[in-house]
Design a protein around this ligand. Structure first.
Ligand code: NAD
Ligand code: UDP
Length: 314
């Protein structure tokens, strides 16, 4: 009998990052179960695979246990945009804690390897710049971002305790700001906000004076990094991000130069606990996975703008 293809469970698979991962794994000949509660995910993101013999879509909330026979669990389920994760912060914390607990329980029962989509937010508002994996972070435990930041920190802790106690094979990716097609237009994240505002001819909203920095990774680069991490021998935590650092004002300039250079930039209040700077050290990923991003921001903005242009014209 020919060997059967690997069976993948992708939680949050109908979301922005998850749906790109679904594409890659199906195209590689693997089986994919996409599990999502559709809080911020959309069926349209995976519609191209509905009816495909190696694809299944399950509506399920990861805060409830589930039994499935799989080899690999890509645990991405969790809203990622501050607007969405702050909408119901208690639910966000539950999703991170109970969701990761349930998925680790499943991994233990069926002997699957689990990759956790953690985040650069575990570094909080960092006093160390750029951020290596050894930096332990500066997170406010009681602020409006804490449900997400602390949720991901306990999710990482659970992964390493399941590894130590039960020998579960884990991989932990600390993902830095990622952008690309299939972000929601009303997502509230800065790349989608600026592009949608510019396409609608509206002023671009800088929170604060726009001097805070982020490092933006194109989604295809991120997915390649996640696949290499899952397939490799290093547990992480491993930073996966693009070290190209930009101020938010620079990002606004890049976006409006491509869409409408005459648009004004307006300043709005900086949200509480908004990190001042963020840039990954990616030496570990370079050394262990032979991975580094290949798409500079200026290049990745083009397909992202094209995606939103088409979406708004529909
Ligand atoms: P997203 O909001 O587009 O996707 C999250 C998906 O999880 C959505 O499809 C949503 O419906 C689903 N989901 C949320 N709560 C759920 C629940 N309780 N049960 C089942 N499904 C649930 O976000 P994304 O940008 O694709 O992020 C994916 C993962 O990567 C998240 O875990 C996020 O924390 C992590 N991450 C993303 C970024 C980024 O910049 N995109 C950065 C750091 C970490
Ligand atoms: N931001 C902004 N204008 C917007 C949306 C966001 O200036 O319309 C800023 C936000 O304050 C933050 C940065 O852009 O400093 C990145 O925000 P995002 O929500 O994309 O991600 P995160 O803060 O989680 O890194």
């Amino acid at each position: 009998m020919p060997a059967s293809p690997p069976r993948n469970l992708i939680t949050g698979g109908a979301g922005f990052v998850g749906s790109h991962l679904v594409d890659r794994l199906i195209e590689a000949g693997e089986e994919v179960i996409c599990l999502d509660n559709f809080f911020t995910g959309r069926k349209a993101n995976v519609a191209q695979w509905i009816g495909h013999p190696r694809f299944e879509l399950i509506r399920h909330d990861v805060t409830e246990p589930i039994r499935l026979e799989v080899d690999r669990i890509w645990h991405l389920a969790c809203p990622a945009s501050p607007v969405h994760y702050q909408h119901n912060p208690i639910k966000t914390a539950k999703t991170s804690f109970l969701g990761t607990y349930n998925m680790l329980g499943l991994a233990r029962r069926v002997g699957a390897r689990l990759l956790l989509a953690s985040t650069s937010e575990v570094y909080g508002d960092p006093e160390v710049h750029p951020q290596p994996e050894s930096y332990r972070g500066c997170v406010n435990t009681i602020g409006i971002r804490s449900c997400y930041d602390e949720g991901k920190r306990i999710a990482e802790t659970l992964c390493f305790d399941y590894r130590r106690m039960h020998g579960v094979e884990i991989r932990v990716a600390r993902i830095f700001n990622t952008y690309g097609p299939r972000m929601l237009p009303d997502d509230g994240r800065v790349v989608s906000n600026f592009i949608v505002q510019a396409l609608k001819g509206q002023p671009l909203t800088l929170y604060g004076d726009g001097s805070q920095t982020r490092s933006f990774c194109y989604v295809d680069d991120l997915v390649e990094g996640l696949i290499r991490l899952m397939n490799g021998g290093h547990t992480g935590p491993m930073n996966i991000g693009n070290p190209g650092e930009f101020t938010i004002r620079q990002l606004a300039e890049l976006v409006r130069a491509r869409i409408n250079p005459d648009l004004p930039l307006t300043c709005q209040p900086l949200p509480a606990d908004d990190p001042l700077q963020r840039q990954p050290v990616i030496e570990l990923a370079q050394r262990e996975l032979g991975w580094q991003p290949t798409v500079p921001l200026e290049q990745g903005l083009e397909p992202t703008i094209a995606y939103f242009r088409e979406m708004l014209n529909r």
